[in-house]
Structures are given as structure tokens and as C-alpha cells.
Design a protein. Structure first.
Length: 270
């Protein structure tokens, strides 16, 4: 069973050109990254979290040099925009964010071999995806603010103050893993142009969550031994960011492809 799934995954990945689609998605991700972060930080202005908390949340997945690049450019943009991030001009940032979600919608439907949805459905689903992502990130950021004091109180009452740091580090990772998995599960359910259930989509969501974290971890270590500036000069950091986006997009597509392959195999067995 597992060998048959792997063979079909390799065949369909090559046949449906998932590598090319992932490269296209990576370009849109690059365009949408900073607009999405600007919208997110504009909303977080009303909560007791800030830029540093966002960077800490994504730190486990982003290579160190890319994280510093994102932080530096984000600070430059926010210094210029300041309180205008939710003004009429921010409609442009919302549109760029939607462009990234449109790329995901088209790509996931291509992986399922479903037709692209209508423009109106793409807009609605795009807004739902952006809202889901923003909500998941905000919940992830607010949990430490309110959860850590509660956890410290409980561990102090139990006389386990020393275990608090280790436990909380594990909880942070667990929350991050859970949030990524839930976002991908929702993505695989609502994005396809045909009706999907969570039973048909959870294998791909789990695979994509684990695969993306493993790919990000491996790429982070790979970056420690490779300097893109030797080949690309000042564009080296951008190239590294694009490769990371490519890996992210490819894992999303593989998750959808796994769901499609398993659904097809189940139909053949009946």
C-alpha cells in the first residue's frame, strides 16, 4: 500500500509538473509576504504583542539569515508607514495578500486535478484563507501572553519551577505544529472546487505539516554551510528566501497530491 502510494506520488508529481507550480507559488508568496505581515501587525497593534513576538513564532521554520532579512525590511516598511497601515492605501497590501491566496487555490486544485473555481468563489475562499491564517497566528501569539502566567502559577504551586521552562518550550512547539496542521486542514477542505471532508484531507495535512517542518529544518542547516552571495551577490538573501518559499509551496502541493492519490486508490478498491 505504502509503496504503491509513493510510486503514484512520484509519477503524478512529474506528470502534473508540481515543481513548476511550486515555483510559481513561491513568486506570489514573495509578493504577499510583507503585505500580509503589515496587515497582521496592524491588527496586533490592539493586542499586547508586537513584531518581536511574530518573529519568535516563525523563528523555528525560517533560516536565521532569512529571519534577520525579513525583520530588517519589515522594520523599514513600518517606520515609513507607521499608523497608516490600515488606511485606504492598505487596500493594495490586502490585494497582494489575496494574490498569494489565489495562487494557493489554483495550485491545490491543480494537484487534485480539479478545475479552477469561479472568480467570485476564489475571492471568497481567498478572504477566508487570509482570515484563517491571521486568526491562527493571533491565537498562537496570544496564548503565551495569557497561558504562560497560568502555567507558571500551576508549576509553582506543584513545586516544579525548574521544569517550567522545558515544558513551556515544548508547549510552544506543540501549539505551532497544531496551528500549522489546522490551517492546512482547512485549506485542503475549502480550497478544492469539489466538496471535501476532513477524512479525505487529514492525511495530506499531517504529511504537509511534518514535511514542511522537516524541510525548513533541513534548509536552515543547509544555509549554515552555503553562502548564496558568492554566486548571486546582493541577491543572495532573496534567492534563499525564494528557495524556502519553493519548499513551502511544494509541501503544500504534495499534501494535496497525497489526498488525491489516496482518494483515487480508495475508489479503485470499491
Amino acid at each position: 500500500m505504502a509503496i504503491a502510494i509513493v510510486k503514484r506520488m512520484i509519477q503524478s508529481t512529474w506528470e502534473y509538473r508540481l515543481f513548476d507550480i511550486a515555483a510559481q507559488m513561491a513568486y506570489y508568496f514573495l509578493l504577499a509576504l510583507f503585505p500580509l505581515l503589515i496587515v497582521l501587525l496592524s491588527i496586533l497593534h490592539f493586542f499586547p504583542v508586537g513584531v518581536h513576538d511574530v518573529l519568535v513564532l516563525i523563528q523555528p521554520y525560517v533560516p536565521e539569515n532569512l529571519l534577520s532579512f525579513i525583520a530588517g525590511n519589515l522594520s523599514n516598511v513600518l517606520d515609513v508607514r507607521r499608523t497608516e497601515t490600515l488606511s485606504i492605501s492598505s487596500l493594495v497590501t490586502v490585494w497582494m495578500t489575496l494574490m498569494g491566496s489565489f495562487a494557493v487555490i489554483r495550485a491545490v486544485n491543480s494537484a487534485y486535478q480539479f478545475p479552477d473555481p469561479s472568480l467570485s468563489r476564489m475571492i471568497i475562499v481567498g478572504f477566508v484563507l487570509v482570515f484563517t491564517l491571521l486568526t491562527a497566528v493571533i491565537v498562537s501569539l496570544l496564548f503565551p501572553v495569557f497561558g504562560e502566567p497560568i502555567g507558571r502559577f500551576i508549576f509553582t504551586a506543584l513545586g516544579l519551577e525548574e521544569a517550567m521552562h522545558i515544558f513551556w518550550s515544548f508547549i510552544r512547539w506543540g501549539i505551532s505544529f497544531f496551528v500549522v496542521g489546522i490551517v492546512l486542514l482547512i485549506l485542503y477542505i475549502i480550497v478544492p472546487s469539489q466538496r471535501m471532508s476532513w477524512r479525505d484531507t487529514w492525511p495530506g495535512a499531517l504529511f504537509a505539516t511534518v514535511g514542511w517542518q522537516a524541510a525548513s529544518f533541513g534548509f536552515s542547516h543547509f544555509n549554515q554551510w552555503n553562502d548564496y552571495t558568492l554566486v548571486y551577490g546582493g541577491l543572495g538573501t532573496i534567492i534563499g528566501l525564494m528557495i524556502w518559499f519553493f519548499l513551502t509551496a511544494f509541501m503544500i502541493l504534495l499534501g494535496a497530491q497525497l489526498n488525491a492519490v489516496m482518494m483515487e486508490m480508495h475508489r479503485e478498491e470499491k
